[in-house]
Write a protein that binds this ligand. Sequence first.
Ligand code: CP
Ligand code: NVA
Length: 331
Amino acid sequence: MAINLKGRHFLKLLDFTPGEINYLLQLSKRFKELKQTGTPHRYLEGKNIVLLFEKTSTRTRCSFEVAGMDLGMGVTYLDPGSSQMGKKESIEDTARVLGRMYDGIEYRGYGQNIVEDLAAHAGVPVWNGLTTEFHPTQMLADILTVEENFPQGIKGKKLVFMGDAQNNVANSLMVVCSKLGLHFAACGPKEQMPKPELVETCKKIASETGASIQLTSDVKEACAGAHVIYTDIWVSMGEPDELWAQRIKLLEPYRVTKNVMAMADKEAIFLHCLPSFHDTKTTIGADIAKKFGINEMEVADEVFRSRQSKVFDEAENRMHTIKAVMYATLA
Ligand code: CP
Ligand code: NVA
């Protein structure tokens, strides 16, 4: 049956079949080609979208903006704190108002319940640009990058997430790997493992797709034969700064170093959703260096800058994949 996602929300990958996810990846490749060849693709001229950000962003915001403009749409950006949402107006009322003016709504913020609530009342497609629980648009870019590096096929490949394995990116990677038949390993301290309920859901999906889910605190066991080593920051947006001391202590053994990369397959690539603390050239990085005496956090600078690191291809792919999501749900 032909796949048609028109009118659908994009809130979490659990809502999509493997066929639908693959369709979005195929579409992303087509859009990447159009962009690279300078071929105009203003397919959504006359439509307008609004981007609601309750947390900061570089990649996600710019991807939605450039993708929206490339598709010929008008784009409104509402930054953290500059709309009435939450403080003076409920999510339901905000959704009803924005749905009267715009053809699609992007939301980045806190609980998954907020983006689900927006979607329930907007009457137009709502796209999740990151919540506390999930970061689904990031996944399409990540898998596209894996496909580009393993063109012979990604089914059966092993992806290891190192570090805070219960954050939005780790959760979403576990979901997308189980949907697409990749072996997923969460490698971190037992305190930071994904929630059992989500693990169970993913294991059930994995049993149908040939994927597998492994939770381990043993770096060697996790990384043996891995094709993708992935990590993310140790304290996510919205979490209190007081967590840094505890997280550094818990997660330092899971920093992605040259030694860790050497445990993986020789063709292995390194991915990171970014932003990353791989040196002290940020205010937080410099502050942590002063307080805790470490110059790099979740990934060693030499790995971040290595030939195996595909993080900037991955960042570029955010734009092509977000374009595919908007096109598929609006056209
Ligand atoms: N990876 C990602 O979502 O980056 P931003 O926070 O810059 O959007
Ligand atoms: N886990 C990170 C991802 C940033 C793209 C955060 O939520 O801050």
